[in-house]
Write a protein that binds this ligand. Structure first.
Ligand code: DO4
Ligand code: MG
Length: 285
């Protein structure tokens, strides 16, 4: 079952039929047993007619988020550890990444407030004071206020590799700025965990042609999702629940940096594809 946030409310899509849910995003997603609740909505509600459904699918989806905070986990895949050790070698920070990959406690950091998050079809920004920039495609969990994983979405943890590589203490500046996060296109809700063999794919196009393309599966993650959620909720309360990006497993080669106008396609099995265009904050041009 897929939940889309649209200008007129919330659209629930399941097996080719669609339903409008008259509720606030925060209240809806924070329910216990969200999958069972959505099934009861399907059982009790008349689906939209084909014409109305078409009208809604044509309207651009907003990011599937209410007022939740967005957090992120880091160095959860070997690929991310190795890339970061390489980028921080000259600053002497390489061993930090090696240690955190093996440590019981994961790296978790605050990523975004909801108003800094872009949705499918929107822009994500690169910083003007950063010369080396990449998207980070990440499976993102929605965890409710009780700490239970209720759904999955696609996340883009936009990152400045030059700022993070200069000094690991600059991480918040490398990671947190306007439109440095994207979520979309929907929240995929299932009573079952996302299958471990689900593929995650990244495609970057410049002037219509692919300049980077790769894929892997989420099974390569070092830690379990419940372990990450457990550390995040250990000493923080999230009254509306929280989004947690689970770390990147695809890193373009060191010679690659994003340019304004590039298109970033992130696909995760069962969820869909999120497309974003690279921009720069007009205030800071
Ligand atoms: O350690 C810095 C950030 C790591 C990260 O964002 C990732 O592994 O995805
Ligand atoms: Mg990341």
């Amino acid at each position: 079952m897929k939940l889309y946030k649209i200008a007129k409310g919330i659209l629930l899509e399941h097996e080719g039929a669609a339903y409008i849910i008259d509720d606030s995003w925060d209240k809806l997603v924070n329910r216990d047993n969200l999958a069972a609740y959505l099934q009861s909505v399907i059982d009790d509600t008349t689906p939209l007619t084909a014409g109305v459904y078409q009208e809604f699918t044509n309207s651009r989806a907003l990011p599937p988020i209410g007022t939740q905070e967005v957090w992120a986990a880091g160095v959860t895949y070997l690929k991310s550890r190795d890339a970061r050790m390489e980028e921080s070698e000259s600053s002497g920070g390489a061993s930090l990444y090696d240690k955190v990959y093996d440590a019981p406690r994961p790296e978790l950091f605050f990523k975004a407030t909801h108003y800094r998050v872009s949705g499918h079809g929107g822009e994500v920004y690169i910083r003007k004071d950063s010369e080396w920039n990449v998207p980070e495609p990440e499976l993102t969990l929605y965890i409710n206020s009780k700490g239970n994983i209720q759904g999955y979405t696609i996340g883009n943890d936009m990152s400045s590799r030059s700022i993070e590589g200069e000094n690991a203490l600059y991480l918040p500046q490398a990671k947190i700025y306007e439109k440095s996060a994207a979520l979309g296109p929907c929240l995929y809700v299932s009573a079952e965990p996302l299958p471990a063999d689900s593929a995650i794919k990244l495609l970057i196009k410049r002037d219509g042609a692919a300049v980077y393309q790769d894929e892997t599966t989420i099974s390569r993650i070092k830690r379990s999702f419940t372990e990450l959620a457990g550390y995040l909720y250990a000493e923080c309360d999230f009254p509306q629940g929280c989004y947690l990006m689970t770390g990147t497993c695809l890193v373009p080669p060191p010679t690659f940096t994003l340019q304004v106008g590039d298109e970033v396609y992130i696909t995760i099995d069962h969820i869909g594809t999120m497309i974003n265009t690279i921009g720069i904050n007009p205030k800071h041009k």
